[in-house]
Design a protein around this ligand. Sequence first.
Ligand code: ARG
Length: 458
Amino acid sequence: MKLWGGRFEKNTNEIVDSFQNSIKFDYRMYKQDIKGSIAHAGMLGYKGIIGQKDAETIIKGLAEILADIEAGKVEFKQEAEDIHMNIESLLIEKIGQVGKKLHTGRSRNDQVALDFRMYLKEEMDEIIYLIKELCSLLLKKAEENAELIMPGYTHMQKAQPITLGHHLMAYFHMFCRDMNRFHDCYGRTDVMPLGSGALAGTTYDLDREMVAKELGFGSISGNSMDAVGDRDFVIEFISGCSILMMHLSRFCEELVLWNSHEFGYIEMDDSMSTGSSIMPQKKNPDVAELIRGKTGRVYGDLMAMLTIMKALPLAYNKDMQEDKEAAFDAADTVKNCIAVFIPMFDTITFNKEKIKEKLKGGFLNATDAADYLVYKGVAFRDAHEAIGGMVNYCIKNKKALEDLSLEELKTFNPSFESDIYEYISMESCVLRRNTAGGPSPKRVLEAIEEGKRHLDII
Ligand code: ARG
């Protein structure tokens, strides 16, 4: 017998039951559902909407059901549709008639909105914690490599010298913003919808603030139709997940490149790599590749959610039940990816010799050579032109700028003097890149200190 069976003369067709039930995935919210029901029952008793004794019996019954579930003693029923009605049925089974009073002044529509908000708040806490771990690790690695000079790239072409610490701190900044995004989303999710009923509130004199306080919500929702009819907090959550995954995937892509024989900047630990079933020599960066790949899956969750909500009329529609799997999948994927990224990154060896070797070739100091001429009084455009000619000459003669003799240099511009060699050494190029937010070791160490303070206060 369905909890809503009164107006029906026939049983639900089995194919409908199995098609529309959500217990197969929303069982995950059993804790939130029970917590929410306990707060609701407590408030109903306090307000005299149901008897105080009845409220106590309900609360005790719910607590026992929670213990039973956690002890593995409960098997959820597909006929009971979803976690909400499963728990209500279990309650009625356990405490009898009194259990039927729990749903007074409540609809599954506000109940599911409540449970889902509670669930995602916890997920965001966990994700924020993980991002913080990742950020601390980045600070540590950046500090160790604040002075390690490496090529910086644009268009995947060597551009200007930077420090590895600076490169890593770029990701630190991205992940800090990701963390902020979850903080912001948390604030908008932290709104208590119970009391909105099916869509039009309820006729009972509920104390919504009391329930919100009991459940640790920051505020109560201001419109009953909005509260049961929107899922923008879910879309926002998965957007946050998607942006975070986009950042992770870029990082992973760089690690895959750096780990290649062609770059050789890093070596991944054996324990974090996998082999080939046919090629004996292979050691593949599968973890980084898989994180890169899973980014697509999280984007899929976001697309699904945006598309499900598009053009839905107010208020609740069953379409919205599809929100759970997308959000669960995004949350699981993000948590798994950060959790495996951390040890993978932590165990990487940076091949300092190889990185140093790769500073040669590619004219990383060409901008600095032009700056040198400007410093000697040449206009920047003329300096740019002169260095361009020098680069062309060097390519033809297989030389670096610093390999040219002073005589050769003077044929391009008479302002060159012997201090040019020191000026365009990689060390001085990086040391001079001292603008706030720049790659010089001094600035990187400053950014790391600032980063540590920032992590401390979140
Ligand atoms: N299982 C439903 C969901 O996840 C709960 C709300 C159902 N409400 C309804 N009137 N069918 O959205």
